[in-house]
Design a protein around this ligand. Structure first.
Ligand code: ZN
Length: 84
């Protein structure tokens, strides 16, 4: 089980959180990109191997959203929300 460091509640069980997905590139202007690039942005979720920056929502706790780095191969949190 993953222990997620909430900046307000401290280390909490993964079951208290909802995964918000990876941090993605900024939303492109659909009128400024090709149809293929727009469809790719809407439908392709990045799934890299290794450290990934992700959003997590402490939905069964304080309700805050936080961003951390998790290694997708080891499931370890390599950089928490308070780490610079
Ligand atoms: Zn919290």
């Amino acid at each position: 089980m993953l222990l997620i460091p909430c900046p307000f509640c401290g280390p909490r069980n993964e079951s208290e959180f909802a995964h918000g997905g990876p941090v993605r590139a900024r939303r492109p202007d659909p009128d400024a990109v090709s149809d293929a690039a727009w469809v790719e942005y809407l439908t392709v979720t990045p799934n890299p191997q290794g450290p990934v920056q992700e959003h997590w929502w402490h939905v069964r706790g304080c309700g805050t959203w936080l961003t951390l780095w998790r290694d997708t191969t080891s499931h370890d949190i390599v950089k928490g929300p308070d780490d610079a």
